[in-house]
Design a protein around this ligand. Sequence first.
Ligand SMILES: Cc1ncc(COP(=O)(O)O)c(C=O)c1O
Length: 440
Amino acid sequence: MISCDFAPNEAWDDAWIAFKLILQPWKWKKGKELDLIKEILLQKIYGSCQKFPSRQCSTCVERPQDLCAVGIPPSSATHKFSANLFLSGRSALNYLLKSLNLPKESEIIVQGFTCEAVVLPILANNLRPVYVDIETESFSFDPIDLEKKITSKTRTIILQHSFGITPKHREIIISIAKQHRLLLIEDIAHGFQSQKLKVKSQKSIYLMSFGRSKAISSVFGGAIVTNNKSIARKLELIEKNLPKPNLFFIFRTLIYKPLSMVIRLTYDFLLGKIIHKLINLFAIFPPEITKKEKRGEYSSFFDKAYPNALAILLLHQLNKVDQVNKQRAKICQVYQRKISNLKSKISNLALSRYPLLVKNRSPIITKAQKQNIFLGNWYNQPVGPASLNLAKVQYQLGSCPVAEEVCQHIINLPTNITIVSAKRIITLILNKKSVKCADF
Ligand SMILES: Cc1ncc(COP(=O)(O)O)c(C=O)c1O
């Protein structure tokens, strides 16, 4: 089985760590790994003190011989930089929006090529999503449409790094936000290119996700990483007072890693299919999306603190992320050389999924499925998934024509796979003679 959605990040080492953790329930709720994760996230986004002097705390400025000067990231507690962890990206965004205390019906700009996980927290906070069209190089904001849609009620822009690609017009959008005095939230839930994050808005806010189909996964999880002191302080308070998920939820999450490996390994011999069906039938794994969310309503199911057990799983994923990213970059390069129709130069990027525009999507997806290859569909409508009623998320058909066209043609190819698997996928697509031309 090869899949974009089902456990694309899992390997046997992850399964083994989760299995050992099942036998150590005293580590599940609290532990030192939570603080460690926060430090690593800060380091990944803002760099260490040595590289980024602006990250020095007052102690380090006064005593430069201290930790910062030798390049060891100092504790976030003494800094204006903060990472706060939640049980999902959705809940992280929900609490971030709450902490902003915006007037009712304030407008939050999002792109018309996103998923309900971004829009439902906006609606839950009595705010209004305003959809902006995209360009087709990085599947992010078209700045001309963005400027048109800013009104006196606009307060925030959510800039999405689709598939982990840095938005083509990121710097322009940072300056538009600055010019209109709007808060910019960079949504890096799909991943990000760290070298390109060096240009920062003065007060930067990043939304991350560690969900099971994202670039780094602890099955569930999300974070807000920011250097905005007042937001950081509010989020810290919220995080401290949130309940952790119960032990049964943590157990069901931990077994995801070993069981998903067994399923993936045995899927081609029927056994995996049967286990998968049974797991779905008895709802063994906690749902990725709740029934309420499927109906287009925000669910507070994930409004919880991030438990230490998941921090341990994430720590392992972060430890090997450079190695995994090397493989992702290699696979993206193969796709780029053989079948790409993207105008952008994404060939040496480590993307969580590789986007491809095709003429006839359904036959490709069906043919691939017959070979147990499950391609991704981010996004098959301007606010995914396709089963969502767009009226529920206030999306008006025709308001983002480019995004709507892209949604008809896009498929996502997996990147955390072997070269042999990538070649199988390429052959399958080329046989269908369906790659759309570059002047899309
Ligand atoms: C662009 C984007 N942002 C944020 C999220 C929220 O992540 P989570 O699934 O952890 O709630 C998602 C989820 O798919 C997403 O695609």
